[in-house]
Design a protein around this ligand. Structure first.
Ligand code: KG4
Ligand code: ZN
Length: 330
């Protein structure tokens, strides 16, 4: 089954063609980072306008010569920015009508959750998934295909959002994750210990207290040298990683699953990847990480999620294309 995936929920316009949920035939991502950089965050109106102007050419590039025979079109229907989501949805529905193809609506978080399956061809349920991105930090138990149970999620900031906000506080630029990681590489985290919110008794996360602790630390002196900023970044990053890895492994143990999968932009972080590798090896879990190239937003993960959804959902349920925004509009 060959699916054209379309993703436009935030600041990447993306299209991809994926065969049987596991093989990427083409993947094109047009990033809007440069457009939003001056504002240190995504400006929704600018994002949706940029999607409108880029989406047709991104799809054409993914389709290449156009010789591939599609079986369906998949599109992200939420969560995300409402204007941006609508651009993808309208495009998918128009193409579906013109090409006489079914259109499958996909949840963006499900896309991130299943993104590791595009490189690890044998991983299958039961598994515990962590989706760790700029908008989400969710622990999801997948006992069998089509059964997603959210065990916990962030109560405030997502992990990636905390990286972005800490970078902004320190005047380091946007998006913050890769910059903080680079700074932390040369920092001494032990000189800047920060608290960890373990929230015992739940599988939820919280990163806003940590972010505030960094803010208070920054207020303790007027001028910060680059070397001191590196120490702050290292201390912050270690605190985030400890909680992400610690809680994921504890949840997998508690629910008796031996496989852990991790997707979302933050898993591009090398230190987080290494820590997951080290700890899962120690505790004898099978680990499947989204490759760095598929950790941030892309359309291949949307096409893959649509494939697995179409295999495990009754046909009648596949055409529901309600668009949900993060603000709960519908
Ligand atoms: O998955 P994604 O592209 O978008 C959402 O669905 O939110 O994730 C973007 C997030 C941003 O917050 C960015 O700072 C973070 O992923 N990120 C990183 C790294 N690369 C991207 N966070 C930490 N370390 C990185 N290397
Ligand atoms: Zn995402």
């Amino acid at each position: 089954m060959i699916i054209l995936g379309i993703e436009s929920s935030c600041d990447e316009t993306a299209a991809a063609i994926v065969k049987d949920g596991r093989t990427i035939l083409a993947s094109v991502v047009s990033s809007q980072i440069k457009l939003h950089q001056p504002f240190s965050g995504v400006v929704p109106e600018l994002a949706s306008r940029a999607h409108v102007s880029r989406i047709n050419s991104v799809i054409s590039q993914a389709m290449g010569s156009g010789r591939v025979r599609l079986d369906a079109i998949a599109v992200t229907v939420g969560p995300g920015l409402i204007g941006s989501l609508l651009v993808g949805k309208m495009t998918a529905q128009t193409l579906g009508w013109a090409m006489n193809l079914p259109v499958i609506g996909v949840n963006h978080i499900e896309g991130h959750l299943l993104s590791p399956l595009l490189s690890d061809k044998t991983v299958a349920p039961p598994f515990l998934g962590l989706v760790v991105s700029g908008g989400h930090t969710d622990l999801i138990l997948v006992k069998k295909w089509g059964h997603f149970r959210t065990l916990g999620r962030t109560r405030d900031d997502a992990a990636g959002e905390a990286f972005d906000k800490v970078a902004k506080m320190m005047g380091l630029g946007y998006p913050g994750g890769p910059i903080v990681e680079k700074m932390a590489r040369w920092g001494r985290g032990s000189l800047c210990p920060f608290p960890r919110a373990w929230l015992p008794g739940t599988w939820d996360f919280s990163f806003s207290g940590l972010k505030t602790a960094v803010l208070y630390k920054l207020r303790t002196q007027q001028h910060w040298t680059t070397s001191q900023k590196r120490d702050v970044c290292a201390g912050f990053q270690t605190a985030v990683i400890d909680v992400l890895v610690g809680k994921t492994i504890a949840a997998a143990k508690a629910h008796g699953v031996k496989t852990i999968v991790v997707g979302g932009g933050v898993i591009a972080n090398r230190v987080l990847r290494d820590e997951f590798l080290r700890k899962t090896r120690e505790e004898r879990f099978r680990l499947s990480l989204a490759p760095v190239s598929l950790s941030t937003d892309n359309a291949a993960m949307i096409a893959a999620a649509a494939y697995f959804k179409s295999k495990h959902t009754p046909k009648s349920a596949l055409h529901s294309l309600r668009v949900r925004s993060q603000m709960g509009l519908s």
